[in-house]
Design a protein. Structure first.
Length: 459
């Protein structure tokens, strides 16, 4: 029975990756086509996130809505995956009995079998931790445009005191080195030009090689860089503790590695970092960034921050503000602390009042926005190398690409046949969520063709 599947994804890029591989798998095994509209689907899946309280709450309100579709169209299957599924298991079906299947981050590959049972009215819950099995059972990746994610490791063994990931995604394990390279090569054959190597703690990567030795992330990057069609390499998320000499050397020597690094600091206070069990202090973070900036003076740095962690004083918070001011992060994902069940921090008294958390969060976000806006403004007039990744959404012949520091640039560029090309644009204007640019050159394409493309774009 063919049909369509709708997958709603919350949370990190690893979840995005899992959802897209799951869509490939369901297409191969059940002929299901992925659609964006739940009204057109007969299988409705939510890939959930439990990293923060708010993300978890959303799951149950979503499920209520999906159940309304189910009431109107009996026969529909509802499934829940991801970290909430991993944590709650059977409890999900107790709270929402209309859910037909529950799977965890490590059992994505078993969804076709779970779906067959669900369709035969046998609801199933399978949230086992089965290391590696998933990657051996996923089909060949299908590229969707010139940028792709490649998951190179799963889980996390850092056990930061606030974080639920080690409990929901399991201990860290790395995919074999050659499997990762084969996946990147396959994506490159399909037109991918930029890969982002993914892991919750990606710089702890230690991939087994055929000769029995292991390779670290820097070695993997150097091999990925040898795949000719791949022009850009990113990786995320790095832990500062594991960010060492080999990666700094990679930034010094590997041109395909973009000048952008996501390096979550979480707090600017040593006392808070110690209670978070991050394993580093502010001085160590600062020193690593300084060494990186020596080899890549133009590097753009983004981060994650938590405000209102138990015991965070006004002085601790001001230390975080001072660190933001000093680092001038290009982007920060900042969150108000919420206790996560089963984590050590959940045993601490959550003593920062909600209104103080909200006020601190607003201040952090305002300062970060100010810095990001200043960085955007400084880009005006500069020539930036971009990867053209799609026609601009509100197009009229505009194309859209991304700079090394991950900003979207829209520019008049004619037909979509430049998608997948690296180009240089002059940044002409800063818009609220993007930049405007003017096409200067396209790598591998003669100037006359670019002129034609520009003329074609003039309405
Ligand atoms: N692996 C990354 C690292 O090295 O820090 C982080 C992964 S975590 C899934 C994403 C972010 O969510 C964290 O960096 C942290 O800022 C935030 N986060 C995690 N647990 C949280 C909690 N209990 N409350 C608020 N924010 C939280
Ligand atoms: Fe979470 Fe810390 Fe790992 S934030 S994902 S336990 S590095």
């Amino acid at each position: 029975m063919a049909g369509a599947v709708y997958i709603k994804t919350y949370g990190c890029q690893m979840n995005e990756y899992d959802s897209s591989r799951l869509a490939d798998l369901l297409y191969e095994t059940h002929g299901l086509v992925r659609v964006d509209d739940p009204a057109r689907a007969d299988v409705l899946l939510v890939n959930s996130c439990s990293v923060r309280e708010k993300a978890q709450e959303k799951l149950f309100s979503d499920l209520g809505r999906l159940n309304e579709w189910k009431a109107a169209r009996p026969g529909i299957v509802i499934g829940v995956g991801g970290c909430v599924a991993s944590q709650e298991g059977e409890e999900i079906r107790r709270r929402a009995p209309y859910v037909d299947l529950v799977f965890g981050p490590q059992t994505v590959h078993r969804v076709p079998a779970l779906l067959a049972d669900a369709r035969a009215r046998r609801p199933r819950v399978d949230i086992a931790f089965v290391e590696m099995e998933k990657f051996d059972h996923l089909p060949e990746p299908r590229a969707e445009g010139p940028r792709a994610f490649v998951s190179i490791m799963e889980g996390c063994s850092k056990y930061c005191s606030f974080c639920v990931v080690p409990y929901t995604r399991g201990q860290e394990f790395s995919r074999p080195f050659d499997d990762v390279l084969a996946e990147v090569a396959r994506l490159a054959e399909q037109g991918v030009r930029e890969v982002t190597l993914l892991g919750q703690n990606v710089n702890a990567y230690r991939g087994l090689r055929r000769d029995g030795t292991t390779a670290d992330l820097a070695t993997l990057i150097s091999y990925v860089a040898e795949i000719e069609e791949i022009g850009r390499i990113r990786f995320t998320t790095s832990h500062p503790l594991e960010f060492g000499d080999s990666l700094i050397d990679a930034f010094a020597t590997e041109d395909k590695l973009v000048s952008h690094l996501h390096l979550p600091v979480q707090s600017g206070s040593d006392a808070v970092l110690a209670r978070m069990k991050r394993g580093y202090g502010v001085a160590e973070y600062r020193e690593k960034v300084a060494r990186l900036r020596l080899v890549r003076p133009d590097i753009s740095l983004s981060t994650d921050l938590i405000v209102g962690f138990p015991g965070e004083t006004e002085a601790d918070f001001e230390a975080t503000m001072a660190l933001i001011e000093e680092m001038r992060f290009d982007l920060s994902y900042s969150f108000a602390y919420s206790p996560r069940p089963g984590t050590p921090a959940a045993l601490l008294v959550d003593d920062v009042p909600p209104e103080v958390k909200a006020e601190r969060l607003a201040r952090v976000q305002a300062l970060n926005l100010e810095h990001a806006a200043a960085i955007s403004l400084r880009m005006v007039g500069r020539a930036e190398r971009i990867l053209i990744d799609r026609p601009a959404p509100r197009g009229r012949g505009d194309l859209s690409g991304r700079t090394e520091n991950n900003r979207v640039v829209n520019f008049p560029g004619g037909a979509g046949d430049l998608v997948g090309c690296f180009a240089t644009v002059e940044i002409t204007e800063v818009r609220p969520n993007s930049l405007r640019g003017r096409l200067l050159s396209v790598e591998g394409i003669a100037e006359s063709a670019i002129l034609k493309a520009r003329e074609a774009a003039i309405p």
